[in-house]
Design a protein around this ligand. Structure first.
Ligand SMILES: [Zn+2]
Ligand SMILES: [Zn+2]
Length: 348
């Protein structure tokens, strides 16, 4: 089959590779019908060596597909089922899996990312899905691939961030960075009852998308206005109940503390690749809760149901659609993306 293979920093190719096969009883084999090129894939393209991605790994972790074959383990799925799949897999048996921290499973990995080279991803015609029954979710007939393309990655991240930040009814939530992930954060924060959402975003185009979709009550361009004063004005001088950072930018880390109210929460879901300086003596007194980390994708069923009910719609994120044989063009589009590019769908 054809697949996008990581060979080392700056070197990814559409290669011919052997078809995958079932190895373990809980595996399933999927024909990938739709996938997406995520900004993490671009990061791997350039920095995969530092990220401990094994050369030879097939990339891609945002995808849906049709089951071709199921391993011998008992499974509620059958051949021909259309399924959305989590971007990470996990064993279900270890301490972390049993305590709902499956992201930390020692037998788990993210498809097409850091790992021992067996965690091949979905930028291919077929994919082997380990522990498949745990991480696959049937797609209702009335929903298209595009409707649910993001439930296993960025929409789960949005939901995860709302839980990390403990977003409650009536909260004011500041979302830093309104790219596709930040947009998913806003979609879920609203469903969690946030009454005021303030987005920090420097791209005029994205600010326009956010306003047109009604995702935020106020968009602030931090290069033009000082966010902390505006946030205080909008929260009776207190600051936001919850601040969610989707940027992972060490340069703006310190600012998050100017946005949050005393005893509020900060959730960090953007991937930090460098150290930050943290004047803890200033903030210890403020009784803040700071949580961070890699997505837990254990609420995919809930997300699919919300999509089916029409309460969440992420179709507007798809600014480009390409056939699989043009997937390298999809990588180029994401790599050199203009502010008008949000997500690229790749169709089998
Ligand atoms: Zn991703
Ligand atoms: Zn586990």
């Amino acid at each position: 089959m054809k697949a996008v293979v990581f060979h080392g920093n700056g070197d990814i190719r559409l290669d011919r590779v052997p078809d995958p096969a079932i190895i373990h009883p809980p595996d399933a084999l999927l024909r990938v019908t739709t996938s997406s090129v995520c900004s993490t894939d671009i990061h791997i393209k350039h920095h995969g060596n530092e990220m401990k991605v094994t050369p030879g790994t097939i990339l891609g972790h945002e995808f849906v597909g049709v089951i071709e074959e199921i391993g011998k383990a008992q499974s509620p799925f059958s051949r021909g089922d259309r399924v959305a799949v989590s971007c990470t897999y996990s064993c279900g048996e270890c301490y972390y899996c049993k305590n709902e921290f499956a992201s930390q499973c020692s037998a788990g990995a993210c498809f097409g990312a850091m790992g021992d080279g067996s965690n091949h991803g979905a930028h291919a015609e077929f994919i082997r899905v380990p522990y498949a029954s745990r991480i696959m979710h049937k797609i209702p007939d009335e929903l298209s691939d595009e409707d649910v393309l993001f439930v296993g990655d960025i929409l789960s991240t949005g939901l995860f961030s709302a839980k990390l930040g403990n977003v409650k009814k009536g909260d004011t939530v500041v979302v830093c960075g309104a790219g596709p992930v930040g947009i998913c954060v806003m979609l879920v924060a609203r469903l969690y009852g946030a009454s005021k959402i303030i987005a920090l975003e420097m791209s005029k185009h994205r600010a326009g998308v956010i306003s047109a979709q009604g995702l935020a009550d106020r968009v602030i361009d931090p290069s033009e206005e000082k966010p902390s004063g505006i946030i205080k004005d909008l929260t009776r001088g207190r600051g936001a109940d919850v601040v969610i950072d989707a940027t992972g930018d060490p340069r703006s880390f310190g600012d998050l503390f100017n946005y949050v109210r005393p005893a509020g929460s900060i959730a960090l879901i953007g991937v930090y690749n460098d150290a930050v300086s943290f004047p803890i003596y200033k903030y210890w007194w403020k009784n803040l809760t700071i949580r961070m980390g890699l997505v837990e994708t254990n609420k995919m069923g809930q997300l699919i149901e919300w999509i089916r009910q029409g309460r969440i719609n992420t179709r507007f994120l798809l600014t480009h659609t390409l056939p699989f044989n043009e997937i390298m063009k999809g990588y180029d589009i994401m790599d050199h993306r203009s502010e008008k590019t949000l997500k690229v769908a790749i169709k089998a």
